[in-house]
Write a protein that binds this ligand. Structure first.
Ligand code: GTP
Ligand code: MG
Length: 138
């Protein structure tokens, strides 16, 4: 089995849909094996998204990710990384398929409700950024 890192972003916590989003993850066959609510600092957001620091939207991204609470999660299941990306839907909700989380909840490309790791290496890094091994109960 595989693990991936997921976040329910501030635009979604603000609208009280963390349960609805988690239900969609669970219905997709993923198990939440760690979960914590965190209001990240600008510094934490900058560190987490360091890979995007040269992108034009970096400032906006850091601003919105530190604008309210986020739910950070570790998801476990068969092909968890790909399965999570599939149920999340396209980055831009205008392109997201019917039945995906972003189709149901995302407001815009910036406020797109969820994050999911895109590869095994980034999943391992992102899980370690927020969780210690003892906090993950599979
Ligand atoms: P993540 O799961 O969040 O990594 O989404 P992704 O892999 O589908 O997108 P990507 O890694 O390319 O971008 C990371 C995040 O930056 C996205 O989820 C968006 O919230 C944000 N982002 C990407 N492109 C834009 C943009 O053009 N404008 C703004 N404001 N935000 C963007
Ligand atoms: Mg990404």
């Amino acid at each position: 089995v595989e693990r991936t890192f997921s976040m329910i972003k501030p635009d979604a916590t603000r609208r009280n849909v963390t349960g609805a989003i988690t239900a969609m993850l669970e219905e997709a066959g993923l198990t939440v094996v760690a979960s914590r609510r965190v209001w990240m600092s600008r510094r934490e957001a900058e560190g987490f998204y360091a890979v995007h620091k040269e992108r034009p939207f970096f400032g906006e991204l850091v601003e919105s990710m530190s604008s309210g609470p986020t739910v950070v999660q570790v998801l476990q299941g068969e092909n968890a990384i790909a399965r999570n990306r599939e149920i999340m839907g396209a980055t831009n909700p205008a392109d997201a398929a019917e039945g995906t989380i972003r189709k149901a909840f995302a407001l815009s490309i910036g406020e797109n409700s969820v994050h999911g790791s895109d590869a095994p290496e980034t999943a391992a890094q992102e899980i370690a950024y927020w969780f210690s091994e003892t906090e993950i109960v599979g």
